[in-house]
Design a protein around this ligand. Structure first.
Ligand SMILES: NC(=O)c1ccc[n+]([C@@H]2O[C@H](COP(=O)([O-])OP(=O)(O)OC[C@H]3O[C@@H](n4cnc5c(N)ncnc54)[C@H](OP(=O)(O)O)[C@@H]3O)[C@@H](O)[C@H]2O)c1
Length: 333
């Protein structure tokens, strides 16, 4: 094969805040010969994703950071031009989850899928049928457990993930409400994508408008942005609602991701779930049986802070709120 020229976009400098063109550099190199078990792909399209920004910072997010000089991480869709890997042949249309921002990529097969362009054009395999769509589908149905009749709110509603979230929500019998920036996006989300409503987070009175769009509150919030948008969602959440922490694009540039905050939930796939004990009253016999046995066997240590007399109730209560109790606060009458 004659030598092929590969143009690659590499990280030249770590962005400070919002990336600028000078953070990147285009380099040219010859496409290497592939080895056994490898596939050479010529990219026809690259799918850009906000998460690429995370890898440009020095601190580890949920993926390792890029080194300076690395090709920027991203998805690529194209055609196999050479294959030494069983299952892939020259001419196959493929999608590579880690093709990178370059003309050609070499893959050992991880995250490389053949795509059927009779089903949908390659660009759709980077979007609704690619990682964006699958993110929406998993997030809404597996993590958010959306059910018919639920009100589903999604931020970045006109984007790759958000646009699919709302459409799946509709297909599953939910009420879909989008949040997007600007009038044109808001109109598109309702008129073209078929959401029930969409609210412009940049317009004055956003929080009130969101409330009007969700008269029955919110059962599932699909979080794509974070920041001020999320603040307006909180008070509208219904009891036992679910928040799917998918992305926090409003925070990716602020350099604070390693600290306390929502990014820890996202990156570590944390589960946060409130509960009220009395909702589980039916479990009391099971609890008493288990705890009673532990107590009887001396496996549970108790410490009690006992005051005496009715007059002691108020001071004991106030003291408890200030940490002056030591153990379970009890008043003996
Ligand atoms: N957890 C996962 O596995 C996973 C996988 C894929 C994507 N994601 C996340 O999903 C989210 C959407 O990704 P996408 O690829 O579909 O991108 P996208 O929604 O197509 O594009 C990003 C959109 O975010 C909105 N945005 C940007 N800055 C914002 C800000 N400061 N406040 C509010 N909105 C802002 C913009 O829409 P407006 O003009 O409407 O503001 C922009 O169009 C991202 O957070 C991404 O990281 C997560």
């Amino acid at each position: 094969m004659t030598a092929l020229l590969n143009r690659q976009i590499v990280l030249a400098r770590r962005p400070a805040g919002v990336p600028v063109p000078g953070d990147f550099r285009i380099v040219e190199s010859t496409v290497p010969d592939i080895q056994d078990g490898e596939v050479l792909i010529r990219h026809a399209y690259l799918g850009l994703a906000p998460a690429a920004r995370l890898r440009m910072s020095e601190t580890r997010s949920y993926r390792d950071p890029l080194a300076l000089g690395d090709v920027v991480y991203g998805q690529g869709c194209g055609v196999v031009v050479q294959s030494r890997k069983p299952g892939f042949e020259e001419g196959d249309a493929v999608m590579s989850i880690s093709g990178g921002w370059q003309d050609y990529s070499v893959s050992k097969g991880a995250g490389l899928d053949r795509i059927d362009t009779a089903v949908a054009p390659p660009t759709v395999w980077l979007g609704a049928l690619g990682t964006s769509g699958m993110t929406a589908w998993i997030g809404l149905l597996q993590i958010g457990r959306a059910r018919p009749g639920d009100t589903v709110v999604v931020s970045a509603a006109s984007g790759g993930v958000g646009s699919v979230v709302g459409q799946i929500a509709k297909l599953k019998g939910c009420r879909a409400v989008g949040i997007a920036g600007g009038e044109a996006k808001v109109r598109h989300v309702v008129d073209d994508l078929g959401f029930d409503a969409c609210v412009d987070y940049r317009a004055p009175g956003f929080a009130d408008a969101l409330q009007r769009a969700c008269p029955g509150g919110i059962d599932v919030y699909f979080e794509n942005v974070g920041g001020a948008v999320r603040d307006a969602v909180w008070p509208l959440m219904n009891t036992q609602g679910r928040i799917v922490v998918c992305g926090l694009i409003a925070e990716y540039n602020d350099g604070q991701l390693a600290g306390p905050g929502w990014f820890q939930i996202l990156a570590k796939r944390l589960e946060l779930r409130g509960f009220i004990m009395s909702d589980h009253a039916s479990l009391r016999p099971e609890f008493v049986a288990e705890m009673g046995a532990w107590y009887a066997a001396g496996k549970i240590t108790v410490k009690e802070d006992i005051s005496h007399g009715l007059e002691a109730v108020v001071p004991a209560f106030i003291g408890m709120l200030q940490g002056r109790n030591f153990g379970k606060t009890i008043v003996a009458l």
